[in-house]
Design a protein around this ligand. Structure first.
Ligand code: KG4
Ligand code: ZN
Length: 338
């Protein structure tokens, strides 16, 4: 079965064709075209929703042609359409959602709505080393930070999440105050290698109330204050030391919550997902955690960590098998946890 899927929840417009052979076999990516408006947002240091929405509408037709062309298929070969319906920026989500609805309606192709976070997790089914539910997933991105117990391909329960900012937001805003270009996560990753991780003491993002939750706003604000206070005194911070100390604090916070989940609920295998899962320091620390406890670990390749249509096609396939179909009044939702 060939699935054409769309993603437009933030600042990446993506169309992808993924082919499935049946059963729970992994999908084969035939095309995964991504158009990003990130350069337009870099001017403002963060995503500007209206600019993102307009960029999606400009890109979506062309990338759909491109995705079909690269897959060497036409719409006649498409048996299912998948689309991100929630959560995300509504003005962004609506673009791909409306496009997918119209395409599905006009060609009489089944339409499957996909939850963005489930899509990130499903990116792992497109790799050579495929996890099989049940397992624990840790989703970390610009908009999300969730520890999730994945029961089946479609049923899952969030056991921990962020009470305020997402982990990627903390990376991007810390990077911005250090003068790095938006989105600064990848540059923070590199810069952290050049600094002393013990130079600055920063507040943990791990909640201390018995939950598996995080709070990244205190850590983010501490970095902003550190830099601003130094500037006000006419001093400057060592940027690499800040990046290294911030990264160490993030890694320690994540490690602490994973230790608690492991001790109290058990983790058989751990699956990483989302843009921040590309962070090399987190990959190392989480890899060490899994090795220490004999937990199997799955990390998607960097190309499938960020937002892309193939991960939406992957989840759409399992939702399709479970019988999920879009209602005619399907709408976008800005927030939704499960
Ligand atoms: O999954 P994603 O593309 O979009 C959302 O669903 O939010 O994640 C984007 C986030 C941004 O915050 C970006 O800075 C971060 O992923 N990111 C990284 C790295 N690469 C991307 N953060 C830390 N280290 C990286 N290497
Ligand atoms: Zn995402």
């Amino acid at each position: 079965m060939n699935i054409l899927a769309f993603e437009s929840s933030c600042d990446e417009t993506s169309a992808s064709v993924v082919s499935f052979d049946g059963g729970t076999s992994r999908g084969r990516i035939l095309s995964n075209i991504i158009a990003s408006s990130v350069e337009l947002h870099a001017l403002y240091g963060g995503v500007v929703p209206e600019i993102a929405g307009r960029a999606h509408i400009e890109a979506i037709s062309a990338i759909t042609y491109e995705a079909l062309e690269k897959a060497e298929l036409t719409l006649d070969d498409i048996e299912c359409i998948g689309v991100t319906a929630e959560p995300g920026l509504v003005g962004s989500l609506l673009v791909a959602l409306n496009f997918a609805k119209s395409l599905a309606y006009s060609r009489n192709i089944p339409l499957v709505p996909v939850h963005h976070i489930k899509g990130h997790i499903a990116a792992n089914y497109l790799t050579d080393n495929v996890p099989t539910p049940p397992y624990t997933a840790f989703v970390m991105s610009g908009g999300h930070t969730s520890i999730i117990e994945v029961e089946t391909y479609t049923e899952m329960k969030t056991i921990g999440y962020t009470r305020d900012d997402a982990i990627g937001e903390a990376f991007d805003k810390s990077a911005r105050v250090l003068g790095l270009t938006y989105p600064g996560g990848a540059e923070m990753d590199r810069l952290a290698y050049e600094g002393n991780p013990n130079a600055y003491k920063l507040p943990s993002a791990a909640m201390r109330d018995g939950s598996y939750d995080f709070s990244f706003s205190g850590l983010k604000t501490a970095v902003v204050n550190l830099v601003h206070n130094a500037e006000q005194k006419g001093d400057s911070v060592n940027r690499a030391d800040v990046a290294a100390s911030f990264t160490k604090t993030v890694c320690d916070s994540v490690n602490k919550k994973l230790e608690e989940v492991y001790t109290q609920r058990g983790i058989k295998s751990l699956v990483l997902a989302g843009g921040v899962a590309a962070n090399s320091h987190l990959r190392r620390v989480i890899g060490e955690f899994c090795k220490k406890h004999g937990v199997e670990v799955y990390m998607p390749p960097l190309s499938l960590c960020g937002d892309n249509g193939a991960m939406i096609a992957s989840q759409a396939y399992y939702e399709y098998l479970a019988g999920k179909r879009a209602e005619p009044n399907l709408n976008a939702r800005a927030t939704s946890l499960f």
